[in-house]
Structures are given as structure tokens and as C-alpha cells.
Design a protein around this ligand. Sequence first.
Ligand SMILES: [Ca+2]
Ligand SMILES: [Ca+2]
Ligand SMILES: [Ca+2]
Ligand SMILES: [Ca+2]
Length: 306
Amino acid sequence: MYLAPQIFSMNKLTHFLGIFSFLALLTSCQDEQRRGFVEPPRDYAAQRAVDNDSLLTFLRNRFYNYEEYQNTASDKLVSFTIDTIKGENASKTPLIDQVNQINIKIKDADDVYHDHTAYILTLREGVGTSPTVADSVFVTYKGMLLNLTKFDERTSPVWFESLSVVKGFGALMPYIKKAAIPTVNTDGTYSFNGFGSAAVFMPSALGYYNRISAGGIPAYSPLIFAVDLYTYKTTDHDGDTVSTHLEDVDSDGYFDDDTDSDGVPNYRDVDDDNDKILTRNEYDKNNDGTPDDTDNDGTPDYLDND
Ligand SMILES: [Ca+2]
Ligand SMILES: [Ca+2]
Ligand SMILES: [Ca+2]
Ligand SMILES: [Ca+2]
């Protein structure tokens, strides 16, 4: 892949390294109480069918500016746009032929899981590794509704904690590769080359579902995000040396696992099994890179209180 010498630049190392932006529009839960609700929430299975029909109809009848992506140097940001297949655009390739389907578990109020389908579109491959759903990501993005109303956009990179944004946004992250290691320019700014870009078309259950977003997004809106990924940081929210993405013990995509049932989820709990030995002191004592299991019972020491 051609790696152009410059993308765009940012001032200051501190900007690059760690000022997190938490845009109110994207936050998924902490503002719930301040926002409007539509009561009662619709049945997940019924809404899933409605949303998936809307998404499939959309993907069959729309195309994106793939020619612009093909014809633009890989260091230049392209604004993701979508249009209808008709008239002079009648021969464009429909999105449905370019997306990949992924299934994400959604847990309802009764802790019953429902698989919801999202559609992923790779816009640019990217050259680096991919973050997990739990990492902090440095991105530019555009958010749209299926009527193509743009409800949010950032063209200068911002940091997001994937766990604090809507589920479908985080779910996209493992499908995007980050840029090459940034280069420092003579003026002290940074350039990212070879960044990956991808879009997700998600049902409302992976977005705001019955909540009415502060950004004016109606309840039960399927969402579209196109995201460009520059870099990311693996998170360890409780500093216990276990990366947050590994603290989803049952791998269900929810970080509410609470091994010792003390009300503090593992990813926020410095002693996951409440045996009074800090996780950081029993996770990997022999430093072989895997969790220790002294009594060989299949449960690693840090989750095993005997
Ligand atoms: Ca941790
Ligand atoms: Ca879990
Ligand atoms: Ca706990
Ligand atoms: Ca412990």
C-alpha cells in the first residue's frame, strides 16, 4: 500500500497522548436520566425485524462514494457520502454487495440475549493492528441517520473510550486497523499515515434504542457511523494489570462481570475474587504472560478465592 508522507497534523504531544473527548452526543448511558425515554421499550425481537428490514432496504438502494476513496491518496481524509442508486447513478454498486454482516448480543432488561445484526463496510484497510471493543480510540467520524441526515461529525481526531459510546460504535473498532506509527514533523506536529476507515450500519438496539438523543436522533433510529482510526490505547480501567477487554469474563460483550458479587464489576475492581490479594499481585506472578492457576482447577488465581 502506498503510504503518503503526510496526512494532517496535530499540535502538541499532550493532544495526541491523552486528552479524551467525551462527546455528549455519543455517550450511551450516563446521561440517560437527563434524556427523554419512550415508554415502555419496544420488544427487542419485533424492533430487530423492523430495523433489519430498514437497513436491508437502505443497503440495496444506496451506494457510497467508493470511487472517491479509490481515487484519493491514502493520506487524505475522504468524507463518507451516500446517495441513491438511480438516474446517472443507476449502475453504481449497491452497499449490500460490499458489506459484511456481524451479529452482536444485546441483553434486555430480563438479561435475555438477542442477536442483532450490523453491517460493516471497509473503506480503507489501514496498516496497523485493531483495537478491541474496550479500548480508547483516536478517530475522526461522521454519524448519519438512514434518511442521510448528518447528526454528528468530527474532521479533527478526538479520543473516545469505546465503552462509553453506543454499542455499535465500539463493535466496529475490531474491524478497523490503525495507522502506522506516527511521524513527528519538524514543527513538532504529528502525521498519521495508512489509517484505516470503516463504516457500520446498525440497528437501533446498538444505538440509542428507545432513548431520544440530545442530538435530536429520534427513538428507534438505526444509525450509520463512518470512522477513521489513527491510533488507540489498550485500557485497564482499574489498573490491576488485566486489560479491560479481558475482564469480560463470559465474553458476552458486557463488562458487568462481577466475580465476587460485591457490586463492583471486575474491570473496576482491583481484587476481583475478594480474597484480599490484589489482582495485580496474583494475576501473573511468574510473568509468563498468562494468568496463573496454582491449583489447576481451570479458574485462574485472580478469579479463584481458594
Ligand atoms: Ca483491569
Ligand atoms: Ca460479560
Ligand atoms: Ca467485584
Ligand atoms: Ca484477589
